[in-house]
Design a binder for this molecule. Structure first.
Ligand code: AMP
Length: 237
């Protein structure tokens, strides 16, 4: 499917965005994978871009990256801060002044950069712009599904300046149905087979070193240069 002569790979130190659950899930294998991923990003000097929350798998990836000396940049909509800190809470009001800028804060005793944005679309646009190294997905719910599918759609439409790797970590087989759904859509004529090259599904045993598998998948990711639409002018439209 992929022609190696028309492929591209990316710098391993470019920032990478992680999409994942804002909850922990029912099995400890998800938390272990999140901690493994945060560690591998830090140890490979790959800055983490993420949703800025401290809950669930999101919080574990970030705290693991920070504990291992990594750089972390959270992009969080103001509404989540208000929900966490209260409309008049000190955290919410001081963060409000920083909208769009990026501010270094303490997250669980470690220094982390946080940018507060106005809403979810602004957040995703900024996350995408900053994540020149691509995206990694851990298990999650609707929010995670939406994020990974939107970034895949942006690859397909040529909205990313160049397609970026989208690595999907199928911890405990979690994403097998999504992979199957994509293949089903190819068979049904709704997705061009070459466009499957945007997504890299990664399988492994439950106790795999998911961080190492993710970094390897980023390094090895190739895309079919014929995939997706090219030449649409998203800058001026
Ligand atoms: P889900 O997979 O449904 O748990 O959604 C994960 C996504 O939900 C994250 O990437 C965020 O976009 C968003 N999210 C949910 N709760 C929070 C929170 N407290 N702080 C930041 N982001 C959150």
């Amino acid at each position: 499917m992929v022609n190696p002569s028309t492929t591209a790979s990316l710098s391993p130190k470019a920032p990478v965005c992680v999409f994942c659950a804002s909850s922990l899930g029912t099995s400890p294998i998800y938390a272990a994978a999140a901690i493994s991923l945060g560690r591998s990003l830090a140890l490979s000097s790959t800055p983490l871009i993420y949703g800025g929350g401290s809950k669930g798998l999101m919080g574990l990836v970030a705290s693991s990256a920070l504990e291992n000396g990594g750089q972390v940049h959270g992009i969080i909509p103001k509404a989540f801060l208000v929900a966490t800190n209260g409309e008049k809470g000190e955290g919410a009001s001081s963060q409000e002044e920083e909208i769009g800028k990026g501010k270094t804060v303490n997250l669980e005793g470690h220094k982390s950069k946080v940018t507060v944005v106005g809403g979810m679309h602004e957040r995703k646009t900024l996350m995408s712009k900053l994540s020149t190294g691509g995206f990694i997905t851990l298990p999650g719910g609707f929010g995670t599904f939406e994020e990974v599918m939107e970034m895949t759609t942006w690859s397909q439409l040529g909205i990313h300046a160049t397609p970026k790797p989208i690595v999907v970590l199928s911890v405990g087989g979690f994403f097998a149905p999504l992979k199957e759904q994509c293949e089903r859509a190819v068979k049904a004529g709704f997705i061009a087979e070459k466009n499957l090259s945007f997504l890299k599904f990664v399988d492994g045993p439950d106790d795999a070193d998911w961080g190492a598998l993710a970094m390897q998948a980023l390094d090895e990711w190739v895309w079919d240069a014929e995939a997706g639409y090219r030449g649409l002018d998203w800058e001026t439209s």
